[in-house]
Design a protein around this ligand. Structure first.
Ligand SMILES: [Ca+2]
Ligand SMILES: [Ca+2]
Ligand SMILES: [Ca+2]
Length: 159
């Protein structure tokens, strides 16, 4: 049986709880009106060119061709390619967008800047407004030279 002496207190507590629960409605109703109203959208947005390149390519020594530089431009802009990076002076890009050495690399006579047979360059594609650039590591693969072939034959004789 509920003791009626405490009933008013019970009601009081109920009201207190209900009052706390509903009270927090007056939050920040600051209306952040997006006030960019008067800026018309740009007439045309340029899309930068996009290079499709591996980050690393290996080519056999004694051949100057590295590979084609593939790119696209969503606007159909004319795109010009250029080369930067520490070993950029060892390369050029021909009229067919082929990346080539200006010489025939010789594994036994490394011509890259630090002599480890990995040429470090960056390819830049520009449409005159924006550009895309990607780093490219061109490694030189060693091919057997005559002297090494002879060495291999001598080793065979010794077995
Ligand atoms: Ca473009
Ligand atoms: Ca190097
Ligand atoms: Ca070699």
């Amino acid at each position: 049986m509920i003791n009626l002496r405490y009933f008013p207190l019970f009601i009081y507590l109920l009201l207190l709880v209900a009052g706390c629960g509903g009270g927090s409605g007056d939050g920040n109703s600051s209306s952040n009106g997006s006030s960019n109203g008067n800026n018309p959208p740009p007439a045309s947005v340029n899309n930068p060119p996009s290079l499709t390149l591996s980050q690393a390519l290996n080519v056999a020594e004694n051949a100057s061709l590295v590979g084609e530089i593939a790119f696209s431009d969503a606007d159909g802009d004319a795109v010009s390619l250029s080369i930067e990076g520490v070993d950029s002076e060892s390369f050029y890009i021909d009229a067919s967008n082929q990346l080539r050495f200006i010489f025939s690399p010789d594994f036994e006579d490394a011509k890259d800047i630090d002599g480890d047979n990995f040429f470090e360059i960056e390819i830049i594609a520009s449409d005159g407004k924006d550009n895309d650039r990607q780093s490219l590591l061109v490694g030189i693969l060693n091919l057997p030279e005559n002297k090494f072939d002879e060495l291999a034959i001598e080793n065979l004789k010794m077995e």
